[in-house]
Ligand binder design. Sequence first.
Ligand code: HEC
Length: 175
Amino acid sequence: MKTWLVSVAVAIALVGGAARAGTENVAFPKGYAENYVLYTTVNKPNAKSGDTLRKFYINKSAMAAYKASKALPSGTILVREDWFTKKDTAKKSIIGPDGKFVTTKKKAVVVSEKRDGWGADYPAGMRNGNWEYAAFNANGERNPKANIKRCFGCHLSKKNDDFIFTMKALRTAAK
Ligand code: HEC
């Protein structure tokens, strides 16, 4: 789309209230485990709530665009899925043959998503491009206790990597 067309679209969306900032813009990405690309899996020992296995997914259209342009397009959805680990009798997390924690049940799902027109309402010290963040419980319900401001604050430190921490893994997966 031409730049001026985008501007007009954004202006109309803002007047209509459609582009208002907020975590509610990010819907739970139903079916991501089946339909998205799993781009990396990471053991997170001693995460605040105990050992955690984290799986990272990206929607397919964003991955395709990333492969072509090395940039994440509007419409990118990234999912971090956290799992409880299985413990041995000494309460140590069991590591599987793949070197990853063996899991029991899903703990939580957090999502970052960017769309043209999002982000504009945030002050410069908080804004992360056009990204919005959301936190969900294991069953996909929004977690009302999540501190979304903290998501912005921490991810802001990765502004040279489009505000994401797993850029290196994504780059490797895109090869
Ligand atoms: C204290 C820093 C910190 C905070 C706060 C934080 N994150 Fe992250 N986030 C990370 C790190 C570090 C990673 C890389 C993976 C890892 O080590 O767990 C990550 C990874 C992610 C990813 C995968 C894409 C990427 O950026 O690599 C998503 C999605 C995500 N976080 C969403 C959120 C959401 C939503 C919140 C708020 C509810 C949040 N994060 C709060 C540090 C943070």
